[in-house]
Design a protein around this ligand. Structure first.
Ligand code: GAR
Length: 202
């Protein structure tokens, strides 16, 4: 059975690209991205989707009276494209109940820090400024908290003496592009089981 994936984005879309590439090169099998949805009109991720023949949709959240109304519209689009699961690939909005309840344990996010440290925006800068010696990234299921859901994979990267926030971010991003497809592969192969907060890899 093919898993239909919807990807929500807000920006440049390098993590979206890593999923596209790993589907195209056969690392992730029996899966396809059926739609990419952005809350930002000029997100480069939309162009990446188009280049690969994937439907791209921009939805302006300010067109809606409430977050719920906005998310109902997103859900409608996902339904139209038969989405079985959702990937958050640099989607910079906190997901609400409406989408989370419809896709419980079927939403996966990539975050550029070793959670539970440095949640929220600009996590790499937060880590750099805090002076950590080890940084990294996390792929996790999404629950209603901000970056709090059950952890699927984490990867550490060292912080070097001559790092800047930018060089550290780039080193973290390289690892994001590995662990995000790895988690999607495990999920689509039915190899992830969520037991409370713990994700067991079968
Ligand atoms: C990535 O570093 C991703 O981990 C981060 O935004 C960047 C998006 O880059 N996500 C978050 O901070 C979510 N809280 P991309 O658009 O090139 O994938």
């Amino acid at each position: 059975m093919t898993t239909n994936i919807a990807v929500l984005v807000s920006g440049r879309g390098s993590n979206l690209q890593s999923i596209i590439d790993n589907i195209e090169n056969g690392y992730i099998q029996n899966a396809q991205i059926t739609v990419v949805v952005s809350d930002v009109s000029d997100a480069y991720a939309l162009e990446r989707a188009r280049e690969h023949g994937i439907t791209d949709v921009y939805i302006d959240p300010s067109d809606f009276e409430s977050k719920k109304e906005y998310e109902l519209e997103v859900l409608e689009i996902l339904k139209d494209h038969g989405a079985d699961m959702i990937l958050l690939a640099g989607y910079m909005r906190l997901l609400g109940k409406t989408i989370i309840e419809a896709y419980s344990n079927r939403i996966i996010n990539i975050h550029p820090a070793l959670l539970p440290a440095f949640k929220g925006l600009h996590a790499q800068e937060q880590a750099f400024e805090y002076g950590v010696k080890v940084a990294g990234c996390t792929v996790h299921f999404v629950d209603e908290g901000m970056d709090t859901g059950p952890i699927i994979i984490q990867k550490c990267v060292p912080v070097l003496d001559d790092d800047t926030a930018d060089s550290l971010s780039a080193r973290i991003l390289e690892q994001e592009h590995k662990i995000f497809p790895e988690a999607v592969k495990l999920f689509t192969e039915g190899k992830l089981k969520v037991e409370g907060r713990i994700v067991v890899h079968a």
